[in-house]
Design a protein around this ligand. Structure first.
Ligand code: ACO
Length: 427
């Protein structure tokens, strides 16, 4: 018997089968059960993939027990503190941080690629004005596949990188267009002179002709502190290994579909409230609670098993200690309190929820801690980003993670079509 293996004994027959254990460089190793069905005639059963690794990856690592998150081996705290989102994009795509000249080239390339075909404006305008920006975003990203059909067949590294920078650069433009359409106001084109993150705020806020509102004090409406805060938010969302939306992207990739269609599917998966849609729901929930005095009643609702109410922004499949992204955001929230004029009433309610939940046996025994979505909303609110755009912000940050994972899947010669089995209990 091999040392690095696991033996499965079928008690019905007494037969035993041995499966190799593949060693991880960090975190849990895996039992390789690829031949399990052929050997035993049995399927394994794991709804929600709570114990199943669906791929091998070198991009992002999470240790849920320790509250650790690393992109390409580098800790999220260090990346959020010392590096820009564009550096993080380069890191995720290339496996290392860029040299200064590489960063400048990458930055310039994204600025050039931020424009979208004029035809897409027609598509966006055809949506009802009350359409949720996420519906418009997933549709328009899917439509991008028709403008760049050649990305279906990528031959060399250059074509992979071109395909990736295109989608990363264009998603903020489409997101801003979707938002402006919901207000019925003219679209603002990207400004080649503005950086990635600043450009997004500009496309959301500028007046026709590209003019920015000047306050009575003569202040420009995009402040560096706002750009930095949003840039950090993008970094914190950039990737998160095999979460629900990334698994969706990989699943669509596995059928050989166009990369942008896979990203569009990821956007749709992210929209759900159990995933990225939670950031929008957190603020809605804080507003619904309305006052600190009402918090205990809502905590009781969250604990009541007969009540479907859940505390939005609490709990995580992987983090069972704390979400390191939430820690970075909480610190940022405290730093920005004065400078951005965070909504103190919402913050008070959030702090009270956090205080009660973190000491309540229901939450403690289930390892339910605030996740990234619990803190991002209050900051996004202060950045004057409307609630229905919160999940679109998540999309902008995550686009690089999805496309990096898509590329890794495509380059992996052992990749197979995603096709799970089932436990049939029907007639
Ligand atoms: N409020 C109250 N109870 C909760 C919450 C919550 N937010 N989250 C989990 N629980 C309870 C469950 O009822 C369950 O209790 P039980 O053991 O008595 O049945 C237990 O904690 C475990 O919950 P599961 O749903 O089994 O955990 P799972 O890992 O499947 O789900 C999830 C994780 C979806 C994030 C869940 O915690 C949740 O719905 N949270 C609220 C939505 C949210 O914040 N989502 C954002 C996640 S982070 C992200 O995607 C960026």
């Amino acid at each position: 018997m091999q040392k690095n293996s696991m033996t499965f004994i079928d008690n019905r027959t007494g037969n035993s089968y041995e499966y190799p254990i593949l060693e991880a460089t960090r975190g849990s190793s895996v039992v390789d059960i690829k031949s399990f069905y052929v050997d035993t005639g049995l399927f394994t059963y794991d709804p929600g993939f709570t114990s199943t690794a669906s791929c091998e990856s070198k991009i992002t690592f999470i240790d849920g027990a320790k509250g650790e998150l690393r992109y390409r081996g580098l800790a999220i705290e260090e990346l959020a503190q010392d590096h820009t989102y564009l550096e993080v994009c380069f890191l995720l795509l290339n496996g290392r941080l860029p040299q200064q000249v590489e960063l400048e080239d990458f930055d310039l390339e994204l600025r050039h690629r931020a424009f979208v075909d004029e035809g897409l404006k027609g598509l966006i305008l055809s949506f009802p004005s009350q359409a949720h920006p996420m519906a418009i975003l997933s549709s328009s990203v899917s439509a991008l596949a028709s403008f760049y059909y050649e990305h279906l067949n990528l031959e060399d590294e250059r074509s992979y990188q071109e395909m990736a920078s295109r989608i990363i650069a264009k998603i903020p433009t489409l997101a801003a267009f979707a938002y402006r359409h919901s207000l019925g106001i003219p679209f603002i084109y990207p400004d080649i002179e503005r950086s990635f993150t600043e450009n997004f705020l500009y496309m959301m806020r500028a007046y026709p002709g590209g003019k920015m509102k000047i306050t009575k004090e003569g202040e420009q409406t995009i402040r560096q502190v706002e750009i930095d805060a949003l840039d950090t938010i993008f970094t914190l969302h950039a990737d998160h290994e095999q979460n629900a939306s990334t698994t969706t992207v990989r699943g669509v990739a596995s059928t050989g579909a166009h990369p942008y269609v896979a990203i569009s599917a990821g956007i749709s998966a992210l929209w759900g409230r159990a995933h990225g849609g939670a950031n929008e729901s957190v603020i809605a929930q804080l507003e619904m609670i309305g006052h600190v005095k009402n918090v205990p009643a809502y905590i009781a609702k969250a604990k009541d098993k007969d009540d479907p109410f859940r505390l939005m922004g609490f709990g995580h499949r992987v983090y069972k200690n704390f979400d390191p992204r939430a820690k970075v955001l909480k610190k940022l929230q405290d730093q920005l309190k004065e400078e951005l004029g965070l909504d103190s009433e919402l913050m008070e309610i959030a702090q009270e929820i956090e205080k009660i939940a973190l000491s309540d046996p229901y939450f403690v025994s289930r390892n339910l801690y605030p996740n990234i979505d619990f803190y991002s909303g209050v900051i996004l609110y202060a950045l004057k980003i409307p609630r229905n755009m919160f999940t679109a912000i998540f999309v902008i940050g995550r686009s690089v993670g999805w496309i990096s994972q898509w590329i890794e899947f495509k380059k992996d010669t052992t990749s197979k079509i995603a096709r799970p089995r089932q436990l049939y209990t029907g007639a």
